[in-house]
Design a protein around this ligand. Structure first.
Ligand code: C5P
Length: 233
């Protein structure tokens, strides 16, 4: 009997290790990985390219409604395309991060992106990470995870990640940008970051990526096996 493919929703603050872990878990399960933050980044990119300030809510929402976002997984990663163009690199620049908060706080943008995310995950077999996935996008997900780590640990990881790309970064500047994003994420009126009551909380401060992946993979396999066992009523 083929197993029913579940939905795995992962939320957590910036640089908590969500994406790396979510991507690897999806790979091990043969599921699609969707980085919902990439969609907010894509809207930000397209607004800036059109010369629109990200605080112009109506115009930014019109862009979100018009663009066609798709994900294409390859061996290494899932690339994100907007209107047929691979924007995976362009959405990761500091300029996008610096301009993203008003886009994430934009109610119409959230409505549009949440609907797209629900459509992408509707048949299951998906691991999606973000800020409101366990609470708004897939409150019905079979497995919900909240990943956290101290701001200092997250800043350290971001600095090493940048160093790995030969980019130097000032620890204090990275730490204050992380704290700023935390405040914006936890306090916005629509789709704020919060811990779903039924989410499994994983503090990754002292954990390796491999440990996090194994923990989530094991939780997922237990649910998948239970769902496909004959005793299930
Ligand atoms: O995950 P990442 O840091 O790439 O997300 C970029 C920004 O998009 C975050 O700072 C957050 O404000 C926003 N976001 C969101 N809801 C999501 C995913 C990301 O508001 N589901």
């Amino acid at each position: 009997m083929g197993h029913r493919r579940i939905k795995i929703a992962i939320d957590g603050p910036a640089a908590s290790g969500k994406s790396t872990t979510a991507r690897e878990v999806a790979k091990r399960l043969g599921y699609l990985y969707i980085d919902s933050g990439a969609m907010y980044r894509a809207v930000t990119l397209m607004a800036l390219r059109a010369g629109i300030s990200t605080s112009e809510d109506e115009k930014v929402a019109d862009i979100a409604a018009e663009i066609k976002i798709s994900f294409r997984p390859n061996e290494e990663r899932t690339e994100i395309y907007v209107n047929g163009e691979d924007v995976s690199r362009d959405i990761r620049t500091p300029r996008i991060t610096a301009n993203i908060n008003p886009v994430a706080a934009n109610f119409r943008v959230r409505e549009i992106l949440v609907e797209k995310q629900q459509e992408l995950g509707k048949s299951g077999g998906v691991v999606m990470d973000g800020r409101d996935i366990t609470t708004v996008v897939f409150p019905d997900a079979e497995l919900k995870i909240f990943m956290n780590a101290s701001p200092e640990e997250r800043a350290n990881r971001r600095v090493s990640e940048l160093a790995g790309k030969n980019l130097s970064a000032d620890y204090n500047a990275v730490l204050s940008s992380i704290k700023e994003r935390d405040t914006a994420d936890f306090t916005r009126a629509h789709g704020p970051l919060k811990q779903a009551t039924d989410a499994v909380v994983i503090d990754t401060t002292l954990k390796s990526i491999e440990d996090q992946c194994r923990e989530i993979y094991d939780l997922a396999m237990a649910i998948i096996e239970k769902n496909s066992s004959p005793e299930k009523n």
